[in-house]
Write a protein that binds this ligand. Structure first.
Ligand code: PHE
Length: 429
């Protein structure tokens, strides 16, 4: 008997767990700040719900319809698209492990010595990142520890590993989000941040803000690589695909919005507006916790949140790769997980080494977000339209004709045009 998610809720939690990650808690608030607040949020929500949900439905439908993982779902001449998706997942994993390692360092730091984390944020950050030299801690040791935790989970298999993890971690994650939201909104001076997020001013968004929102939506929903197709392959035929995709999108977008309403008001209240650098989530934010009573407790809660979000996501990426390898070559998941992860560590080190200087290694993220994920999504849409055929999709979606027509239009016209726009602009700018 083929493996399947134990319940529909497990599937939603695992897919939402994959989607809710560093992209939501860390990248999104910063992007919203840089995109000028309300206008960015509005555009993002529209993109996520219209295009994001449609593509999510497509990926789930492909995986479940074929009953195969990303590699197996693409047949004949299109086979390489599956491999490209898995390769993209691998590249994302390379830098995700690094960021996961840094988060682990902060999480452990707040448990062991919260006062130091608050008082010497710059020092802690430089120690971690190697300040110009080789980043032994941030590039190797903490990511290795983080990887160990990931492999320990996937080793147990999809159901005992990723599913169980999401069932425990996701409710905790939502509880932390709500607690931190209440804390941030009750800070003195938080209103300025709320006003900023509510004010819709398109002149501050600009074209680059729009492009960013598109890329962010893809990344945040985990589309354009192997995970969602593969997760869909293990979903029972009788479960509602469209509803599930809508739930995943709502949870993902909702948590990104909550994160923005935590970080931005808190940052405004403490008077430390983010600078352009990537260190924001680590250095400047310490000032925010410093400005709070029980700051080290809230710091701990924030990094616990970030850790849970990152962990469930990286487990899903590794899982997405391993399910494919297992199906295709019957590899042993523990050993394969370790080998894939060590390879990701070897490449990922360059990401950390170049992170502050913005050098070659740090470009890994641009390659995946701006080129590979959109390209794989484009090819997936093309495959569905030209090879898979609408009749099969309509049976898989099992919805009324009106909805199907709208969905089909989104997948065959809107999404491909928008994706081409991202790709062309990424080359031009
Ligand atoms: N969606 C995750 C995030 O927001 C990242 C991710 C991308 C996870 C692709 C799985 C696959 O951080």
């Amino acid at each position: 008997m083929k493996r399947q998610w134990s319940t529909n809720l497990s599937f939603i939690l695992a897919a939402a767990g994959s989607a809710i990650g560093i992209g939501n808690i860390w990248k999104f608030p910063k992007a919203a700040y840089e995109g000028g607040g309300g206008a960015y949020l509005l555009v993002y929500v529209l993109i996520a719900f219209i295009m994001g949900t449609a593509i999510l439905i497509a990926e789930f439908a492909l995986g479940r319809g074929m009953g195969r993982t990303m590699i197996g779902a693409f047949l004949g001449q299109w086979k390489w698209v599956g491999y490209l998706g898995v390769f993209t997942a691998f590249l994302v994993l390379c830098y995700y492990y690094q960021a996961g390692g840094w988060i682990l360092r902060y999480f452990v730091g707040y448990i062991a010595d919260g006062a130091r984390m608050l008082n010497e944020p710059q020092r802690v950050y430089f120690e971690l990142m190697g300040s110009g030299g080789f980043p032994l801690l941030g590039g190797l040791i903490y990511p290795a520890a983080y990887i160990f935790l990931n492999v320990a989970v996937v080793k147990k298999g999809l159901i005992q590993g990723a599913e169980r993890l999401s069932r425990i971690a996701m409710p905790l994650l939502f509880a932390l989000l709500i607690a931190l939201l209440i804390r941030a909104l009750t800070m003195e001076g938080a209103c300025a941040g709320v006003d900023f997020l509510m004010k819709i001013d398109f002149s501050r968004l600009g074209f680059s803000g729009l492009l960013n929102a598109l890329g962010q939506a893809f990344f945040s929903l985990s589309i354009g690589m192997s995970v969602m197709v593969t997760y869909g392959a293990f979903l029972n035929k009788s479960e509602p695909l469209i509803k599930n995709a809508a739930w995943v999108c709502a949870l993902d977008t909702g948590s990104a919005l909550i994160a923005a309403f935590i970080v931005i008001p808190a940052v405004f209240a403490s008077g430390n507006l983010p600078s352009g650098g990537g260190s924001f989530a680590f250095v400047e934010i310490a000032e925010v916790f410093n400005a709070m009573r029980f700051g080290s407790l809230f710091g701990l809660m924030f990094y616990a949140l970030l850790f849970l979000a990152a962990f469930v996501s990286s487990v899903s990426i590794l899982e997405g790769i391993l399910c494919c390898l297992e199906e295709r070559w019957k590899v042993k998941r523990g050993l394969a997980g370790l080998i894939v992860s060590l390879a990701a560590l070897a490449i990922g080190v360059f990401y950390t080494a170049d992170y502050d200087s913005g050098g070659m290694g740090a470009k890994l993220e641009v390659v995946t977000d701006r080129y590979l994920m959109p390209a794989v999504t484009f090819l997936t849409c093309a495959y569905l339209v030209f090879v898979y055929r609408m009749k099969r999709l309509s049976a898989e979606l099992n919805c009324n004709r009106g909805f199907f027509a709208v969905w089909r239009f989104t997948i065959t016209v809107i999404a491909p045009i928008v994706i081409l726009l991202i790709l062309v602009c990424s080359f031009v700018f």
